[in-house]
Design a protein around this ligand. Structure first.
Ligand code: DC
Length: 208
């Protein structure tokens, strides 16, 4: 019987983390956990509350609103014929979380330590079982530091922006390459420079 292990995949946005993580999970018969989707679903909840006038718009220094909402946010994953989808309070929100706007809001709220603590606990609970491929920014460093395999994926900002741009265009989103590039550089900077769990390779990660 083969030993089941934990595989942690970290890296910047649009490197192909989820493509690799999904393929590995499928190949090994492991469970895939997309932690970015959890930040995105949390961001979507905050976005909707704001759109309904229930809370003020959020930014890094205005975080109390979102912290109070956490008790009302329940995130899960379901299997669908198109693959794994994330749920927010039981609703399949997979397509709604994959926008640039929600990606940026996810990056902003992910700097708030209470938001991280809320999701970290759930991610560690999922990682307690072996046979997991988890991707994100801090999996090898914070969430599952005992993972047997840690990969940190990187690519040039230009290559990543091109990949993301082509994905968005294929979905029919109207955007220019320059817009995608600028938003990505901003998000990289947020994710790398935040004080809590920044996006950096673990010491024992394989950098690809
Ligand atoms: O991987 P992604 O683009 O779906 O992630 C969206 C944002 O969520 C990302 O910009 C930063 C945050 N995130 C994080 O802080 N920690 C993780 N483990 C995963 C995502």
């Amino acid at each position: 019987l083969m030993k089941r292990i934990i595989i942690a995949i970290d890296g910047y946005s649009s490197c192909g983390k989820s493509t690799i993580a999904k393929a590995l999970a499928k190949h090994a018969g492991y469970t895939y956990v997309d932690t970015g989707a959890m930040y995105r679903a949390t961001a979507l909840y905050a976005f909707r509350m704001n759109a309904n006038g229930i809370v003020e718009p959020m930014n890094g220094s205005n975080s109390s609103n979102i912290v109070e909402m956490l008790k009302d946010i329940h995130i899960g994953f379901i299997q669908t014929p198109e693959g794994q989808h994330v749920t927010l309070n039981g609703e399949d929100v997979e397509s709604q979380i994959r926008t640039l706007e929600i990606g940026n809001l996810a990056s902003q709220i992910s700097t708030i330590k209470e938001v991280r603590a809320f999701l970290v606990a759930q991610q560690q609970a999922m990682g307690a079982q072996k046979g997991i491929v988890m991707d994100g920014r801090d999996i090898g460093t914070v969430i599952l530091p005992n993972a047997e395999v840690k990969i940190f994926l990187t690519a040039s900002p230009e290559a990543r922006a091109k990949r993301r741009y082509e994905e968005l265009i294929a979905k029919g989103v109207e955007i220019t390459y320059e817009q995608v590039y600028e938003e990505m550089v901003q998000r990289d900077s947020n994710d790398t420079n935040r004080s809590v769990a920044p996006c950096v390779p673990a010491e024992d990660a394989i950098i690809l």
